[in-house]
Design a protein. Structure first.
Length: 207
């Protein structure tokens, strides 16, 4: 009798198993290397994102404190000791960097009792408003106009607390008694009382 004709696959099957084991071993080694590398890349990405957000959200650099504060078309509103309202405006204003209460004004204009029968206006080319003292220094072509008087001078100081206007420079204009010129003056109560000193010259007549 001849032996059964069956295929002999023992050694061949053993080779396939060994090959599969070697492939699995290489894959495990690859995963052991790739996994730490992937985790490291993830951490690097998170760190980069945190750093970017930190710098992106950082506050803008502070403005130089020595830079003057400029205001366009400023408007200051208040009342004097007698309750009379005043409005101070200008083309522009610059706060002094060394004295915050001191404001330089370009073409200031002050109005007392705006819209009332006793309205009075004072304007000039330039001025300085001292907020703490509530005093307004006017220089260059100062002009005062109201129902009781109209005057021109080169320099004046107006006290917004008391409503008094005074100056040591020459003044000329027309009041309730007529034309007058002087070297110094003081005007109280929107022209209710006026005091002139130094080289006073006047001409009586109707305003």
């Amino acid at each position: 009798m001849s032996a059964p004709d069956f295929p002999i696959s023992g050694p061949r099957g053993g080779n396939d198993g060994a090959q599969r084991w070697r492939n699995r071993s290489r894959m495990i080694r690859t995963l052991r290397l790739a996994l730490p590398i992937g985790i490291g890349l993830i951490f690097l990405g998170l760190a980069g994102a945190i750093a970017y957000n930190t710098f992106a959200s950082a506050p803008a650099p502070a403005v130089d404190s020595d830079e003057p504060i400029r205001l366009m078309n400023p408007r200051f509103v208040g009342r004097d000791e007698k309750g009379r309202a005043f409005v101070l405006t200008a083309v522009s204003a610059i706060r002094d960097t060394k004295d915050y209460q001191r404001v330089a004004l370009d073409r200031p204009s002050l109005v007392l009792d705006e819209g009332s029968p006793d309205e009075m206006r004072i304007g000039s080319q330039s001025g300085t408003y001292h907020e703490g003292e509530r005093k307004l220094d006017l220089t260059g072509g100062v002009r005062l106009s109201g129902v009781r008087a109209t005057f021109k001078t080169e320099g004046s100081q107006f006290d917004t607390k008391t409503g008094e206007l005074a100056g040591s420079g020459a003044i000329q204009g027309v009041g309730s008694l007529g034309e007058i010129t002087a070297k110094s003056y003081a005007i109280y109560g929107k022209g209710d009382r006026m005091v002139f000193k130094g080289g006073v010259h006047g001409r009586l007549g109707k305003k």
